[in-house]
Design a protein around this ligand. Structure first.
Ligand SMILES: Cc1cc2nc3c(=O)[nH]c(=O)nc-3n(C[C@H](O)[C@H](O)[C@H](O)COP(=O)(O)OP(=O)(O)OC[C@H]3O[C@@H](n4cnc5c(N)ncnc54)[C@H](O)[C@@H]3O)c2cc1C
Length: 285
């Protein structure tokens, strides 16, 4: 099928270049492929983008969205591109708007127990910076070392400690977002108690970039608990007894940060992967 267009790709790229004051507009084919297709999964819906914008500032984000609106081009927001559900893959002819270079920790406040960060800050880097001041950032997806806070917000990422500390949605106080029409808005704030009005912050969390581009995130930090941490392992004959034990532990008054259940095939696979040098012999509970 022949598709006629009222504009050329070059027109869009020239306009983008003029509209992105601080960042980079990249159009070489290697980069387009790298940013368009995640290695984890292939999908017929993924397609080669027309351009990648590496935003460095809010005006870069606004300029990109202005151009996309003008030419009716889809925009895929991308951060550290770890998505396991192809949420950040390119679409044919789209603009990929990457926020991974917006990666500054703007503030860590011990007094207010919070941090203000740009979306590209890696989850583990924020946690490490907070720990230097006696606090920590709780959400711990398996991608902690490689995913960014902006992507965590857009996917409402959670991990092993979610049962105790909640997922990303439970640890975000406020956001700055650029909407599709270019308006920069602020939702939420810096306080734990935000009792009145619509909770627009929660609306953006988990929205996979469909409602706007997150440009700043204010997150809760928690004090590192006192005392030594303890790690234990228990073996069970069956999953029912394991589930009973989990319930008993959770109401015991000792609320563990993480509980993980592994079945026999998983343990065997891990043993094979890690090739342990020492064997553990245990009796079942
Ligand atoms: C090894 C591994 C382990 C994982 N373990 C877990 C886990 O335990 N729990 C869990 O919940 N998830 C897990 N994930 C998924 C992971 O948490 C998400 O991929 C991550 O949160 C996405 O962050 P990112 O910075 O890579 O964003 P990307 O992958 O780049 O983007 C993810 C989504 O967010 C949107 N987005 C990105 N940036 C912005 C922005 N600035 N504004 C608005 N929208 C934006 C994108 O459009 C896309 O829809 C895992 C992933 C991997 C690779």
């Amino acid at each position: 099928m022949t598709v006629f267009s009222a504009f050329t790709d070059q027109q869009v790229i020239t306009d983008l270049t003029q509209s992105v004051p601080d960042g980079l507009v990249v159009t070489d084919s290697d980069t387009l492929r790298e940013y368009s297709f995640s290695s984890r999964m292939t999908d017929d819906d993924s397609g080669l983008a027309l351009a990648v914008v590496r935003a460095h500032s809010v005006p870069d984000v606004q300029g990109t969205l202005d151009v996309a609106r003008k030419y009716h081009i889809p925009v895929v927001t991308q951060n550290q591109f770890t998505s396991t559900v192809i949420g950040a893959d390119g679409l044919a002819g789209s603009i990929i708007l990457s926020t991974k270079d917006m990666n500054q920790i703007i503030e860590i406040s011990k007094a207010d127990s919070l941090a203000v960060v740009q979306p590209g800050v890696i989850n583990g880097d924020l946690d490490a910076a907070a720990r230097k001041q006696g606090m920590f950032y709780a959400p711990d997806p398996g991608s902690k070392k490689i995913s960014g806070i902006g992507g965590n917000v857009a996917t409402n990422a959670g991990g092993m400690s979610t049962v105790k500390y909640g997922a990303t949605k439970d640890n975000v106080l406020g956001l700055k977002v650029v909407l599709a029409d270019g308006r920069a808005i602020k939702v939420g704030g810096r306080t734990l108690k935000q009792a009145f009005g619509y909770d627009l912050t929660q609306l953006f969390i988990g929205s996979e970039g469909t409602l706007g581009v997150v440009t700043e995130v204010t997150v809760k930090l928690l004090p590192i608990p006192l005392g030594q941490s303890a790690v234990g392992i228990a073996f069970f004959d069956n999953m029912t007894r394991l589930a009973d034990a989990v319930a008993a532990i959770r109401i015991s008054g000792v609320y563990p940060t993480m509980l993980e259940a592994l079945d026999a095939p998983t343990i065997a696979a891990l043993d094979q992967y890690e090739a342990p040098t020492t064997a553990i012999t245990v009796a079942p509970c």
